[in-house]
Design a protein around this ligand. Structure first.
Ligand SMILES: NC(=O)c1ccc[n+]([C@@H]2O[C@H](COP(=O)([O-])OP(=O)(O)OC[C@H]3O[C@@H](n4cnc5c(N)ncnc54)[C@H](O)[C@@H]3O)[C@@H](O)[C@H]2O)c1
Ligand SMILES: [Zn+2]
Length: 365
C-alpha cells in the first residue's frame, strides 16, 4: 500500500492521507478503526456497489450501520437522499464525533461528503472511491454536493475528507463504458501537469484497458499526486485549481446539451479535443500533440466529435452560462505544452473570442 499525504485544511487537522493499493479493501476497516477509534460510523454506498460485493468485503462480517442509495446514480443525488441519510444517522444515535464512510463512485462520495458536512454542524468523512472518476478525481479535493431540480451540484460545500482509501481492484466490477469514460480525467491530469504521466498512459494503454492492477495503482498514484498538489495550492478554488477545468468549458456544454446522455468523461474528451483546436488557432500547439491525444481517446473509445443532433446555438448559449463565466463569457484553460498549462498574467484562464469558439464547434462535427 502506498501512502500520500495531502496538506489541506481538513476539518480535523491540517492534512489527510490517501492510501493506495490493490486488494486492500478487506483491511481498510481495520485501518479506519485504528485511525478513528471508537467513534460512531455509518457507511454510505449504493445498490450496485453493494451487489458487486464491495460493502461485504469492506465490513468483513462486522455489524456497522449502513445506508444504501437506491437507485444508484445521479437521479438519487438530491436533498431527499441527504435527508434520509441524516435521519438514519440520528436513528443510529451518531453524534458530533461520528464518521461517514462513502464507498462508491462520485455520486456516493458527493452525497456522503455533503451529508457529513451538515450533520450536527459537520462530522468527518472518509472516501473509498470505486470508479475511475472517483479514484482519479472526486475523492480528493473536498468538493461535495447534490443537485437541485434546476441544476447540478446546486447545494454544496467544500468539505475535505479525513482520509481516502483507494483499492484499484474495486474497478474490476465497473461497467466498461463507465470505466473508459472515467479515464478521461486521468488523461486530463497528465495533460495539465505531467508529460511523463502522459507518456505512461500512451505506453500502457492496452494494460489500462485490460485493468492490469499494477498499472492502475501507478495511475492512482499519479492522479492523487497531481490533484493533491493543485488542491493543496488552492483548496477552495480561487485560482490555480481552475486548471482542473481543462476541456470542461466545451465539455460541460456538450454534456448538458446531450441531456446527460453522454457521460461526463465522454463530453470532456470532446472538450479536450476542442481545447486542442483552440490552442492550434492561438499558436499554442506543438507538433503532433493533438494527434497523440486523439489516439489515446480513440483507443479508449470515447467520442472526439460533437454528436450531430446537438445544436450549435444551444452549445454557445450553454458556454455563455458556464458557471465559471465572468461577464457572460468564460475564460478557457489551455495548454502551453503537454504537462504545462498556459498562464496569462498569473491567471490560468485565457480570453478566447466567441467567433473562434464558434469555428471550433463547427470543426468538432
Ligand atoms: N466532487 C468532485 O470533485 C467531483 C468530481 C468529478 C465528478 N463528481 C461527481 O461524481 C458523479 C459521477 O461519478 P461516477 O462517474 O463515479 O458515477 P457514479 O457514482 O454514479 O457511478 C457510476 C455507476 O457505477 C456504479 N458503480 C460504482 N462503483 C462500482 C464498482 N466498483 N463496480 C460496479 N459498479 C459500480 C454505480 O452504482 C453507478 O451506477 C457526478 O455526480 C459528478 O458530479 C464530483
Ligand atoms: Zn471532470
Amino acid at each position: 500500500m502506498s501512502e500520500l499525504e495531502i496538506q489541506v485544511p481538513a476539518m480535523d487537522g491540517g492534512s489527510y492521507k490517501v492510501r493506495i493499493g490493490s486488494g486492500i479493501l478487506g483491511s481498510v476497516w481495520g485501518r479506519i478503526e485504528a485511525d478513528f477509534g471508537g467513534y460512531g460510523k455509518i457507511v454510505v454506498s449504493d445498490e450496485n456497489v453493494v451487489s458487486a460485493g464491495h460493502l461485504a468485503k469492506l465490513l468483513g462480517g462486522r455489524e456497522v450501520d449502513s445506508f444504501v442509495i437506491s437507485p444508484a446514480g445521479e437521479t438519487s443525488k438530491n436533498i431527499d437522499t441527504v435527508t434520509k441519510i441524516i435521519e438514519a444517522m440520528e436513528k443510529a444515535c451518531l453524534g458530533r464525533d461520528s464518521v461517514v464512510v462513502g464507498l462508491g463512485g462520485g455520486t456516493v462520495g458527493d452525497i456522503a461528503g455533503f451529508a457529513a458536512s451538515i450533520f450536527k454542524r459537520g462530522v468527518s468523512v472518509v472516501h473509498i472511491p470505486t470508479t475511475t472518476v472517483a479514484q482519479a478525481d472526486s475523492a480528493v479535493g473536498g468538493k461535495t454536493g447534490v443537485d437541485s431540480t434546476v441544476s447540478k451540484n446546486a447545494y454544496g460545500v467544500f468539505w475535505h475528507p479525513s482520509a481516502v482509501y483507494i483499492d484499484v481492484s474495486t474497478l474490476g466490477t465497473l461497467d466498461e463504458r463507465q470505466y473508459r469514460a472515467g479515464l478521461v480525467e486521468s488523461v486530463k491530469h497528465a495533460l495539465i501537469a505531467d508529460s511523463g504521466y502522459f507518456e505512461f498512459i500512451e505506453n500502457n494503454i492496452d494494460a489500462i484497458l485490460e485493468r492490469k492492477l499494477d498499472v492502475l495503482e501507478k495511475m492512482a498514484d499519479y492522479n492523487c499526486k497531481i490533484k493533491g498538489s493543485v488542491v493543496e495550492a488552492d483548496p477552495n478554488e480561487k485560482n490555480q485549481r481552475r486548471m482542473l477545468n481543462y476541456g470542461h468549458t466545451i465539455g460541460h456544454a456538450v454534456e448538458s446539451a446531450s441531456g446527460f446522455e453522454l457521460l461526463h468523461g465522454e463530453a470532456v474528451s470532446i472538450g479536450i479535443i476542442g481545447a486542442g483546436l483552440i490552442e492550434a488557432k492561438m499558436g499554442l500547439s506543438e507538433p503532433k500533440r493533438s494527434d497523440r491525444v486523439r489516439k489515446i481517446f480513440e483507443k479508449l473509445g470515447v467520442p472526439v466529435t460533437i454528436p450531430s443532433n446537438l445544436d450549435e446555438k444551444k452549445l454557445m448559449e450553454l458556454i455563455r452560462h458556464d458557471k465559471k463565466a465572468v461577464n457572460k463569457w468564460p475564460k478557457f484553460v489551455l495548454l502551453e505544452k503537454i504537462g504545462t498549462v498556459h498562464c496569462q498574467e498569473g491567471q490560468w484562464g485565457v480570453d478566447v473570442g466567441r467567433e473562434l469558439v464558434e469555428q471550433v464547434l463547427a470543426e468538432l462535427r
